[in-house]
Write a protein that binds this ligand. Structure first.
Ligand code: HEC
Length: 290
């Protein structure tokens, strides 16, 4: 096959892929109750966390969500790691001391609580699952350490293929944001569950929560509930963006490092491919001459 044909074929293939990709987009947008895709600072090959956003998100977690959701795989000291909320060590020390954590067993084997230190992990909110269920209408508020990675919708075929090229990895934060902002029915506007749907006692209808759309958590946050000192709007939309970004960091604290390494690896492979190509030409040039 000649060079010209090959490049034509590539163009055709790319064109078809693009056409299919854009055709797949509007269809998805029309579907009701799929989370809206937001633009996140950590999107794409060079994305990174917005430190001020992570700090605000932590504030929302701490003042609201932490009443029910634990963050048991995160240590206080992680909050001062570079690439994260990057609180100072002094701030982290003071924060840790506000929490009681289980101490080391004493001579009699009794475990007494002591004040937290930066190396400790966030303590559990409920002593065990039964206590969690008893306090929450029979449902367990999931631990939030990995929640942003454990949730998110898959667009199915062929959407997921385009998502690979678009580098879409923000399904978790998009889901968390949508669940709280658009998922719940707006009773002030007279929204009701669909005809014939009976919402069980203690449950709430939520369009984004997977079918049958009954979630045990009531809408957890409202406008103005958390005070921001940097002039950022104090709205549910902003709160949930911030807390979702914070939870993404909690689930993937090394995201920036991973992206940077990935970029270097690709760059290396590109250079190596070039070198190998010219080496091959050189080595085989004598054979071609005959
Ligand atoms: C009063 C307790 C309570 C508070 C406060 C609370 N939640 Fe929840 N949350 C729950 C319970 C209970 C569930 C489990 C719901 C279920 O499985 O039906 C849950 C589930 C969730 C889920 C998982 C939904 C899923 O797909 O399984 C997310 C996300 C979530 N909460 C986010 C938040 C955020 C963000 C905050 C803070 C702004 C928050 N929650 C505050 C009780 C709470």
């Amino acid at each position: 096959m000649s060079k010209l044909n090959l490049s034509r074929l590539t163009t055709l293939a790319l064109g078809m892929a693009l056409a299919l990709g854009t055709a797949a987009l509007p269809a998805r947008a029309e579907e009701e109750a799929t989370p809206q895709r937001l633009s996140w600072s950590f999107w794409g090959p060079f994305g990174s966390y917005d430190q001020a956003q992570l700090q605000r998100g932590f504030k929302v977690y701490r003042e609201v969500c932490s009443a029910c959701h634990s963050l048991h795989r995160v240590a206080f000291r992680n909050l001062s790691d570079p690439g994260g909320p990057a609180f100072t060590e002094g701030q982290v020390k003071a924060l840790a001391a506000e929490y009681d954590v289980p101490g080391e067993p004493d001579d009699k084997g009794e475990v007494n609580p002591r004040k937290g230190r930066p190396a400790d992990y966030f303590p559990l909110v409920f002593a065990n699952d039964n206590a969690a269920r008893a306090a929450n209408n029979g449902a367990i508020p999931p631990d939030m350490s990995l929640l942003a990675k454990a949730r998110g919708e898959s667009p199915g075929f062929p959407g997921f293929i385009f998502d690979i090229f678009r580098q879409y990895q923000e399904g978790g934060p998009d889901y968390i944001h949508a669940l709280i902002t658009n998922g719940y029915l707006d009773e002030a506007k007279g929204e009701k569950p669909p005809e014939g749907v009976k919402v069980p006692d203690g449950a709430h209808y939520n369009k984004i929560f997977p079918a049958p759309h009954f979630i045990a958590m009531a809408k957890p946050i409202s406008d103005g509930q958390v005070e921001y000192t940097d002039g950022t709007p104090q709205t549910v939309d902003q709160y949930t963006r911030d807390v979702a970004a914070f939870l993404m960091w909690a689930a993937e604290p090394k995201l920036e490092e991973r992206k940077r390494t990935g970029f270097k690896v690709i760059l290396f492979l590109v250079v190596l491919s070039g070198l190998l190509y010219f080496t091959k030409k050189r080595v085989w040039s004598a054979v071609g001459a005959h």
